[in-house]
Design a protein around this ligand. Structure first.
Ligand SMILES: *Cc1c(COP(=O)(O)O)cnc(C)c1O
Length: 196
């Protein structure tokens, strides 16, 4: 969830000139500067974005890439010989409408970011260690209860978060996606109950 500044992205571009460098901007509208401006200088850069997070349209299954005409032409050539209809017509219309209503996008992002910051602070007050987040999720290390135990108790309550028992560096953490304010209040109340 931690934002990587443009200068670091540019370093990666500079030292990898003989391959395409893909920058995944799935979370960019939650805070951070897009790498769009680097496209003018680096024609091996490909930006990929999704409607799943900031537009809350995960069920639509639409994303897009932004790159130099040269790279886009190659991608189109491959696409047309493999799967020319990768996005269905209705999904394309709906995604276009979402982009045209940018104000809605911004409101949606702001709402999620506000709920995230409130939720993160509430976990910190419970003694949890919570990494900074520029996304729509928080990575939190519980206090007073193990990550496994909290994961299982939340699951039994019908609240699904992600737990990574096989990833050493984050096995003590839970990744919690931000839903509506009401959903996160319910989640927080359950966590408070289990921590007690
Ligand atoms: C969610 C996500 C995507 C794309 O998700 P889709 O729903 O498949 O569009 C890409 N990259 C990251 C890092 C994501 O979190």
């Amino acid at each position: 969830g931690i934002y990587k500044p443009l200068a670091e992205i540019e370093d990666i571009l500079k030292s990898n000139r003989d391959v395409a460098v893909i920058v995944d901007e799935a979370y960019i509208n939650f805070g951070g500067q897009t790498a769009l401006s680097l496209l003018e200088k680096y024609d091996h850069l490909v930006l990929v974005r999704t409607f799943s997070k900031d537009a809350s349209l995960a069920g639509l299954r639409v994303g897009y890439a932004v790159a130099s005409p040269r790279l886009i032409a190659s991608m189109n050539a491959v696409k047309h010989s493999i799967n020319p209809y990768s996005v269905d017509l209705l999904a394309e219309r709906l995604a276009t409408a979402a982009v045209e209503d940018w104000a809605h996008y911004e409101r949606n992002c702001r709402r999620i970011a506000e709920t995230r910051d409130w939720f993160r602070q509430a976990l910190i007050e419970l003694g949890f260690m919570v990494l900074p987040s520029a996304t729509n999720f928080v990575l939190a290390k519980p206090q007073g209860i193990s990550s496994r135990s909290l994961f299982e108790k939340l699951e039994a309550r019908g609240i699904f978060v992600r737990y990574f028992p096989n990833v050493k560096r984050i096995e003590d953490f839970l990744r919690i996606s931000i839903g509506s304010r009401e959903e996160m209040e319910e989640c927080l109340n359950a966590i408070k109950e289990f921590v007690k």
